[in-house]
Design a protein around this ligand. Structure first.
Ligand code: SF4
Ligand code: SF4
Length: 165
C-alpha cells in the first residue's frame, strides 16, 4: 500500500507560530482597549449600566392611584392571559363599596415569567406594567417570587407619573 505523504507548510507544523499570532491579536485588542476605553464595544457593568428603550420589558410594576392604593381590582385577567401561569392573585372584598375587589395577595414567580407582556396588555385599568428593571439575580428560589409590596415599591410611582407610550 502506498504511503500518503502529508506536506503541511512549516507555519502550520510549528504551532508556536499560531499561538504567537493569537497572542498578538489579543495583545493588540488589550492595548487598544487600555488606551481608548471609550471605544470599547463592551460596558463596564455594574459601574456603567446600559440604557434600554422605554419599551423594554423588565420586572413588572404595580401602579397605584393618587391616594396610594393599588389600581388593581383583582379581576384576574392578567393571570388568565399569562402563558406561563406565574401570576397568583388572592382577591378580597374592598371596604369601599365603590371598589368591588382588591388583591389581598398578588405574587409573580419571576422564574417562570417569559417577559411576554401579556399581563400588561390584558389589564383593563393599567394596573400592571412591564418595568425597566432587568437585574433579577438571587441566591434563593423563593426570592424570585415578587409580592405586591415589592412590585409596587420598586416602581415607586403613581399612575399620574406614568408616561404613556
Ligand atoms: S410577562 Fe408574560 S409570562 Fe410574565 S407575568 Fe406577564 S404574562 Fe406572565
Ligand atoms: S393587574 Fe389588572 S388585569 Fe391583573 S388582576 Fe389587577 S386589574 Fe386585573
Amino acid at each position: 500500500m502506498q504511503k500518503v505523504k502529508y506536506s503541511l507548510p512549516i507555519s502550520q507544523r510549528v504551532y508556536l507560530i499560531a499561538i504567537l499570532k493569537g497572542m498578538m491579536v489579543t495583545g493588540r485588542h488589550f492595548l487598544r482597549n487600555l488606551l481608548r476605553p471609550g471605544q470599547m464595544p463592551t460596558i463596564n457593568y455594574p459601574e456603567i449600566r446600559r440604557k434600554y428603550s422605554s419599551r423594554f420589558r423588565g420586572l413588572q410594576i404595580l401602579t397605584v392611584k393618587e391616594n396610594g392604593e393599588l389600581r388593581c381590582t383583582a379581576c384576574m385577567l392578567c393571570a388568565t392571559a399569562c402563558p406561563a401561569a406565574c401570576i397568583h392573585i388572592t382577591a378580597a372584598e374592598h371596604p369601599d363599596p365603590k371598589v368591588e375587589k382588591f388583591p389581598l395577595e398578588f405574587n409573580i414567580d419571576m422564574l417562570r415569567c417569559v417577559f411576554c407582556g401579556m399581563c400588561e396588555e390584558a389589564c383593563p385599568v393599567d394596573a400592571i406594567r412591564m418595568g425597566p428593571t432587568y437585574e433579577l439575580a438571587n441566591f434563593d428560589r423563593s426570592d424570585f417570587i415578587f409580592t405586591k409590596e415589592e412590585l409596587v415599591k420598586h416602581g415607586n410611582f403613581t399612575q399620574s407619573k406614568v408616561k404613556h407610550h
